[in-house]
Design a protein around this ligand. Sequence first.
Ligand SMILES: CC(C)(COP(=O)(O)OP(=O)(O)OC[C@H]1O[C@@H](n2cnc3c(N)ncnc32)[C@H](O)[C@@H]1OP(=O)(O)O)[C@@H](O)C(=O)NCCC(=O)NCCS
Length: 165
Amino acid sequence: MDIRPATADDAIGMSVVLRSLTAAGLRTRPDSPEFALQNYIAPADGILCSVAESEAGAILGLQSLKRASPGNPYGVTPGWGIIGTHISPDAARQGIGKALFVATLDAVRDAGLTDIDATIGADNAQGLAYYEAMGFRTYRRMEGAVCKRFTLSGASHERSVSQES
Ligand SMILES: CC(C)(COP(=O)(O)OP(=O)(O)OC[C@H]1O[C@@H](n2cnc3c(N)ncnc32)[C@H](O)[C@@H]1OP(=O)(O)O)[C@@H](O)C(=O)NCCC(=O)NCCS
């Protein structure tokens, strides 16, 4: 398996992953190649989108990192990172998400971010468990969603325990 930055040529393979998640009942958002290109590969506020590719050349999963801009629809503090992870159900629990996060963390450091937000469906047990395992901690809740925060060690401020719930 190879972890590498996504390119426009990956849009179809990424869409295959997203569609497999939709078919498994694990996704409700769009899953077309156009959506993959606009929202993950080349969004205006994108920092890095990595893909995991099998030896046979199939895309197994992706992880996107964006910078929260003022007025972002998630209400994330501007300047924080916003992460999203999407692994094919056939390839889940094989360490792909963990491997993708190693690449993302490098990009987080390079971009000078101090915090990352992951907004996860409140009923998404595997998503909640994954981000918890990666070191994210719950810092706020919204209707139907849990927001977890990862603070880089060495960042200029301390994690606020009082904000955790
Ligand atoms: C959640 C998701 C990103 C995890 O990716 P993954 O490649 O399967 O995760 P990994 O194999 O790297 O697992 C890393 C750790 O996360 C935790 N974890 C991952 N999946 C888990 C599950 N189904 N149940 C419990 N813990 C889980 C475990 O601690 C795991 O370590 P371990 O296998 O050594 O116990 C993937 O299942 C997925 O894309 N799900 C559908 C979309 C989604 O929910 N995205 C995230 C929220 S938007």
